[in-house]
Design a protein around this ligand. Structure first.
Ligand SMILES: Cc1ncc(C[n+]2csc(CCOP(=O)(O)OP(=O)(O)O)c2C)c(N)n1
Length: 378
């Protein structure tokens, strides 16, 4: 929800805009921005200015997404949700990046970034409607600058570049961020989007969640580049590799990318190095293509556990606080799903309503046939 997002602190006007991460961490050398280590210790010199309350809020939001994920999978197994794409393992990347945005910024995502969509103002009820197969799930609330989920891999970064171009053309203060996976970087559309963004220096942040797989295709078969971040250099803008399971690093890097875009310094590419702990979707069985040992090694880098350790070390965590937080998150998830289930599904003939202003003759025929068959069945 919009209220979930805190306002990122702005740099003072007098401060020089020296690059903090872009240009300093070389993607060609696989240098990765890491601030919060898996054991919860923190590199204070690089830590972004987040208050304790903000870190606790982000921790809560990550938990909410994980509980939402679990519930969504359970509902899919009961036939109450359609195919669902889990986010487990990628919560830090989604939550921390979304926090770096301002409400006027555009967000254009694929199917695995519903957590970021939620933080940018799309209610959980709306997202649940989407996964239940109700087209109204893609109807964004007034003023929420999020495009509907894009299922075709890699096509949507072009839309983000269009929005960013429009913002620059009209002299507006908004930027666009687009999220996509490592697999999407092999698509021609992503190349076209980055190329155009570089040529016209539009305020667009390309946020690649490298979760190591495109369904069963591992990252090393996706590209011969050492990093995905380095691809930015060929388009004439900076790229940075960041530990995607580290909320501080993701927040700091995204904030820098957003600020440079807003200042008119053009696009940038972030590669968030993370891992999909669950299946590609509820229609996938990852045990067919990856080892349990590999998954276990990544579980040790769980983004939630990392923040929990950080909070514990600072005396900001207690068992009772966590139990209360989990109960509140679970209730929020339950309520959103109950509200979505209470919405009657649209009538089947709605499928003809929103594509053309005037139906083509074959579609008119099909609609008539559907209506006749519905009438026959009563
Ligand atoms: C244009 C297109 N080609 C193929 C597919 C089938 N498909 C669905 S998801 C997927 C893999 C995408 O992997 P990646 O971009 O790494 O994102 P992830 O699912 O890992 O988040 C493929 C090939 C599709 N949806 N669209």
């Amino acid at each position: 929800m919009a209220s979930e997002r805190f306002s990122p602190r702005r740099k003072s006007k007098t401060r020089r805009h020296t690059p903090e991460f872009f240009g300093r961490f070389d993607p060609l050398k696989e240098e990765m921005v890491c601030i919060l280590a898996p054991d919860g210790t923190c590199n204070e010199a690089l830590r972004p200015p987040l208050s304790d309350a903000q870190v606790q809020q982000m921790y809560r939001q990550m938990w909410l997404l994980r509980l939402y994920d679990r519930k969504a999978i359970a509902l899919q197994r009961q036939g109450r949700f359609g195919t669902y794409a889990p986010m487990e393992g990628q919560e830090a990347s989604l939550v921390a990046s979304a926090h770096a945005l301002a409400p006027q910024d555009w967000m254009v995502t694929s199917y695995r970034e519903t957590g970021a969509m939620w933080l940018h103002g799309v209610p959980l009820k709306q997202l649940s409607l989407y996964w239940m197969g109700n087209e109204w799930g893609s109807h964004m609330p007034e003023g929420v600058r999020v495009l509907p989920i894009s299922i075709p891999v890699g096509s949507h970064p072009l839309h983000a570049v269009g929005l960013a171009y429009a913002s620059k053309y009209r002299g507006e203060n908004s930027i666009a961020i687009t999220y996509f996976g490592d697999g999407a970087t092999s698509e021609g559309d992503v190349h076209e989007a980055m190329n155009l963004a570089g040529v016209f220096q539009v305020p667009c942040v390309f946020f690649c969640q490298n979760n190591q797989y495109a369904i069963s295709v591992p990252r090393h078969l996706q590209t011969a580049s050492r990093t995905i971040a380095q691809k930015a250099l060929a388009y004439g803008f900076p790229g940075v590799l960041v530990d995607g399971n580290d909320i501080f690093a993701v927040y700091a890097v995204t904030r820098e990318a957003v600020e440079r875009a807003r200042r008119g310094e053009g696009p940038s590419l972030i590669e968030a190095y993370t891992y999909r702990l669950g299946a590609h979707t509820t229609a996938d069985d990852p045990t067919k293509y990856r080892d349990e040992a590999e998954v276990e090694a990544w579980r040790q880098r769980d983004p939630l556990v990392r923040v929990q350790r950080y909070l514990q070390q600072r005396g900001l965590w207690s068992e009772a606080w966590e139990q209360e937080l989990l109960a509140a998150c679970a209730a929020e998830v339950e309520q959103a799903m109950a509200e979505a289930e209470a919405v009657p599904p649209p009538p089947p003939q709605d499928m003809f309503r929103y594509l053309f202003a005037e139906l083509t003759p074959p579609l008119r025929e099909q609609e008539a046939a559907l209506l006749a068959s519905l009438q026959q069945r009563g």
